[in-house]
Every structure is written in C-alpha cells, then in structure tokens.
Write a protein that binds this ligand. Structure first.
Ligand code: NI
Length: 253
C-alpha cells in the first residue's frame, strides 16, 4: 500500500497489524551521459512499490533529494547539506512515530546518503536516550538497506556487466531505470569507454576527475532486458528482508 494513495483510516487500520513502514530514499544528481538525474530516487521507488504490492508493506513517499554535494558541478544536480538531510529524516521518523510506527526501513538508492543516514539514526536514538523525545514516542528501530546490497543482485550484476559495472552511473542502476521507464532510454557516445576511478571530495574536484560524471562504469551496456532481471531479483531479495524486519526488527543489511 502506498501512503500517498491511502486514506488516514486505511493507515490507522494498517497500524493494527504492523508498525513497520518502508521509506524509499534517493538523490537527484547527474548520472553520466545516458543516466537519468533521478536514477538514485527512481530505483528505490520502483522497487519499494513492487515490494509493497507483494508483501503488503506500507510505502512512504520517496525522499528524492539527498546528500549529493559532489555532483553540483553538473547541471540539474540538487543537494541537501548533511545537517539538512539529518533534520529531514528526523522529522519524517518522528512524525510517523506519533501515529505508532516504530520500525523504519529506509530503502536507499544513493551511496552518498549512507553516512548521513547513519548519523540521522544516531540523532534519533539519542533523542530517546537523552530523554528528549516526546513522551508518546515509542522506542524506534531504523534500518538502512541499499537496494543493490543483496547477494543475488551482486552476482547478477557481475554476470551481466563484469568490470563495466563501476560505482557511479552503474550499468545496473541505469538498466533498472530503463526497465521502469523504457520510453526514456538514452543513447550516448562515451570516451573513454570505461570511466576513471578515484576518491570523492568537493564538486570542482569531482568534475576534474570524472569529466562526464561516471565513476568506473561503462553504462553503454545498460539495457531494458538487464533491468528486468535486476528488478525481479531485487524485489525478491528486498521482500524477504522486509518480511524479516517487519516481523522482528532484524534485517540482512
Ligand atoms: Ni546512482
């Protein structure tokens, strides 16, 4: 069930059987010459929607803007500061906790969110530990799950793309968005075929090191067909992980 398409009475009914909610979180940032700027938000969004249909999970609206300061050298990229994203995550969790939700499963699509999300969870727990949380807020469990972290997805990506996969504007994430939005598939020439690798600092440095935005990937190998296989494998893995988390607060992540 999608929160945005539910009524408040339906959410109240859901809470009688589950206090867990799935929250897709991503980013709005360049993904090289043939990847959508929304890639990191669209991937967890389409997967969460499918997992919600399969498992009955309640799925919150996607948090589509993340911590992407290093991409600001490319047109269209948007970032929240780490401190802003921490505040957004705290407010979302605390809002839902007011209604009785106590298990929060963040399905993440952006590596750059990981450190900030972990810090946000620590802030949320600190509110409880320091006695600053509202008195009607239950004890909370927050879980971060990257959609690409399952063993099946890693094996499939390696089988499909080998060393062309890379770490930003990956063949897998671009394939998944092409499967979800086949009318928007892009064609682009890329030189070199496989992008450089290296560390990430600020946006000017990033643009110098990675001139077309990719890191380590050759996403000319991305395809709708590969995206379909990735979608099915990811939905199966995430659905299993969600069921364990919703039942007892334990995740594979
Ligand atoms: Ni990405």
């Amino acid at each position: 069930m999608q929160l945005q398409l539910a009524t408040w009475q339906e959410v109240e009914g859901y809470l009688k059987s589950s206090t867990a909610i799935m929250i897709p979180i991503g980013s709005t940032e360049q993904h090289g010459p043939n990847g959508f700027i929304g890639t990191d938000a669209l991937c967890p969004e389409v997967l969460a929607k499918a997992v919600g249909e399969e498992t009955g999970a309640l799925v919150a609206p996607t948090l589509s803007i993340g911590m992407a300061q290093h991409h600001l050298g490319f047109s269209g990229s948007i970032t929240l500061r780490p401190t802003t994203l921490i505040a957004v995550v705290q407010d979302v969790v605390n809002s839902l906790a007011q209604h009785g939700f106590d298990r929060f499963y963040f399905l993440n699509g952006h590596g750059g969110n990981i450190a900030t999300l972990s810090a946000a969870f620590s802030e949320i727990y600190a509110e409880s530990s320091l006695g600053k949380a509202d008195s009607n807020r239950p004890p909370l469990v927050c879980q971060l799950r990257n959609w690409w972290d399952g063993g099946g997805i890693k094996r499939l990506s390696a089988e499909l793309f080998g060393d062309k996969e890379g770490s930003h504007a990956t063949c897998s994430e671009i394939s998944l968005t092409y499967y979800a939005y086949p009318d928007h598939v892009k064609q682009a020439e890329m030189t070199p075929g496989k992008a450089p690798v290296g560390p990430i600092y600020d946006s000017s440095d990033y643009r110098r090191r990675f001139p077309d935005g990719r890191i380590g990937s050759d996403p000319t190998h991305a395809s709708v067909e590969a995206g379909e296989r990735i979608f099915k494998t990811a939905v199966e893995e995430i659905a299993g992980d969600w069921r364990r988390f919703a039942a007892n607060g334990a995740s594979d992540a």
